[in-house]
Design a protein around this ligand. Structure first.
Ligand code: SF4
Ligand code: SF4
Length: 332
């Protein structure tokens, strides 16, 4: 347990870096297809849930397919939500990306496999060699059900077993990664996200021994103080202390690998952000002359690299604290 430092003013993230955070050539297109989800987890920064209706329109989907086909520099198309599988355009985007030889990531909550109408997803993923990145915030049942809802753990295990039976975690072409989210802090005894390599070994041993499940990588992701986490922290007077804690543990070695540098994050309306967190906080990416960017603008400019610097906020310390955090896990 790392003790909270004495609270001081939180320096601007850019001031700590000593310069604006620069973009590098874009190689990942992350698309948030919308906010519908069959779950409503306490840590959800998207504030997704079954009652949300926002989703990709046919027009924006067509533009995104054009982007995927136009720019060979995109190596990875990363599909998220909500539950991305529930939204308009999901399979069309997978098809466009696979046809153009790109890797496809789907950020799946696994329990969607048991929602009527989605039972074929595991086979569909395998047939299209979709890389599955699946939330499993702990390998123990109580912790998962507390964060995600009663019964979610058992459904998640059953879903992982279905993926495993199809070859996921064993066949090199069928990659299965799991995501660990720490619980939302309940008091000022904040902790850094646990060591990713050590926790991966614990997950692997437990899931293999108890359920004969194998997987590839574990990604540890820090809870950023935005969305439902921010609301909770503010209600318990923990928001400023948590930000101070993250800032006090800033690790400059993580900065070269921040995911916002080489990715574009697109919302269901076609607006461009540097990352999903900025998307949820409505902090758009801008060109050097201050213009926000849309998918349509990318197509008109025939370039993915019009954005030169990343828009940052104090919650960025959540990505650089300790070993760092990103959609691909720890950074250093
Ligand atoms: S499964 Fe994911 S998108 Fe859905 S509510 Fe939970 S964290 Fe949010
Ligand atoms: S929240 Fe993280 S990924 Fe997003 S802009 Fe800040 S440092 Fe980059």
């Amino acid at each position: 347990m790392v003790q909270t430092p004495t609270q001081t003013a939180i320096p601007a993230f850019q001031k700590t870096l000593g310069q604006p955070l620069s973009k590098t050539p874009i190689s990942t297109l992350q698309i948030n297809l919308g906010k519908k989800c069959n779950l409503a987890c306490t840590h959800c920064h998207v504030e997704a849930g079954p009652k949300r209706t926002e989703e990709l329109s046919p027009e924006i989907c067509a533009q995104l397919i054009q982007v995927i086909r136009t720019f060979p520099q995109i190596q990875t198309v990363d599909l998220t939500g909500g539950a991305p599988e529930m939204h308009y355009g999901f399979r069309q985007l997978v098809a466009a990306a696979r046809e153009t030889g790109k890797d496809v990531i789907v950020r799946s909550n696994l329990t969607i496999f048991f929602v009527p109408g989605y039972e074929d997803l595991p086979r569909y993923f395998a047939e299209n060699q979709v890389r599955v990145v699946a939330s499993l915030p702990c390998y123990l049942e109580d912790n998962v059900d507390r964060q995600r809802g009663t019964g979610v753990y058992q459904d998640s295990i059953a879903a992982l077993q279905r993926l495993h039976a199809l070859g996921y975690g064993r066949d090199p072409a069928l990659v299965l990664d799991l995501v660990y989210n720490p619980p939302v802090p309940r008091n000022q005894d904040f902790s850094l996200t646990p060591n990713q390599a050590a926790l991966e070994q614990d997950y692997k041993a437990y899931l293999e021994n108890h359920f004969q499940i194998q997987f590839n990588h574990l990604f540890t992701i820090t809870n950023l103080p935005i969305g439902r986490v921010k609301n909770y922290l503010q209600a318990h007077e923990l928001y400023e202390p948590y930000l101070s804690f993250l800032a006090a543990h800033h690790n400059g070695k993580t900065v070269p690998n921040l995911m916002c540098r080489n990715q574009l994050s697109v919302d269901y309306q076609g607006n461009i952000f540097d990352c999903d967190f900025n998307q949820m906080e409505n902090l758009p990416a801008r060109t050097p002359d201050g213009q926000p960017v849309t998918v349509q603008h990318l197509l008109e400019a025939n370039s993915l690299d019009a954005i030169k610097t990343v828009a940052t906020k104090p919650y960025c310390y959540g990505c650089t604290a300790g070993s760092g955090s990103s959609c691909g896990g720890a950074l250093s």
